[in-house]
Write a protein that binds this ligand. Structure first.
Ligand code: 6GU
Length: 241
């Protein structure tokens, strides 16, 4: 997969060179480039923004500068991702749908956002454009949101994660439940014991205990996820909880 990020603060994307994503780039599983939007500004001040038509606070990013940048960076078949607090909510399902694209281009806006004609033009020209928000709060720009989305997507790309089994049993995975609590050695630490069942070697009991923990945890923390469960995916022991 090819990932391009365009920003006026390319240094903000430095974490992409670390950890799992950094390793995937180093080994060639991911092809990543971060671009400075000002490269495409044409005046001697490298201006990328201007005042909003209709008045109001703040500045809006110019469509001509973004247009030049995107026409240089977008390849055929690309998905254009625009991080914005007014976008659709980014979820694990969004990550899964983005993970199958051949190229993701993240257009990181600052100030009051990007002139709306940039989205309009690309949709008109048949580009898959996704305006996406990572949650109900406001960030100063799209860079941190792009980092979040790239990490969530990259770990779904084959070859990025060492053991793909770790993708199966996790929160927001196929079960539609939060992950159960996990423990490792030592079996007793500071007066706190690992639950006996996990030391029992009784595999079926462990599976049942973990599922019960997932369900009680989800009931407590995310009742909305219980509401959204497919009744077909629950068993008799689940419904007793
Ligand atoms: Cl994607 N961008 C900005 N600027 N703020 C946000 C966001 C995105 N998602 C939540 N808040």
């Amino acid at each position: 997969m090819r990932i391009d990020v365009i920003s006026i603060f390319p240094e903000y994307l430095a974490p992409l060179h670390l950890s799992l994503v950094g390793k995937a780039v180093a080994t060639g599983v991911l092809d990543l480039a971060v671009h400075d939007l000002r490269t495409w500004a044409t005046d001697r001040h490298r201006t990328v923004d201007d005042t909003p038509f209709g008045g109001g606070a703040g500045m809006v990013m110019r469509p001509d500068v973004w247009g030049s940048a995107l026409s240089d960076v977008l390849a055929p078949g690309a998905t254009l991702v625009i991080p914005t607090p007014s976008g659709e909510r980014f979820t694990q399902r969004t990550a899964e749908s983005l993970a199958v694209s051949s190229q993701l281009v993240f257009a990181c806006g600052r100030y009051e956002g990007i002139d709306s004609r940039v989205v309009e033009q690309h949709r008109r020209d048949g580009v898959d454009v996704r305006e996406v928000s990572i949650g109900d709060y406001v960030l100063n720009g799209g860079e941190v949101a792009a980092l979040v989305m790239i990490e969530a997507v990259a770990r779904l790309v084959p070859g990025v994660i060492g053991n793909p089994q770790s993708l199966v049993e996790e929160s927001h995975g196929a079960a539609g439940l939060l992950e159960y609590p996990v423990y490792t050695k030592p079996p007793t630490w500071d007066g706190l014991d690992v639950p006996d069942v996990l030391l029992s070697g009784h595999h079926a009991k462990i599976v049942r205990w973990r599922r019960d923990q997932s369900i009680t945890r989800t009931l407590e923390r995310r009742p909305d996820m219980i509401e959204a469960l497919d009744p077909q995916s629950t068993d008799k022991a689940d419904r007793a909880l």
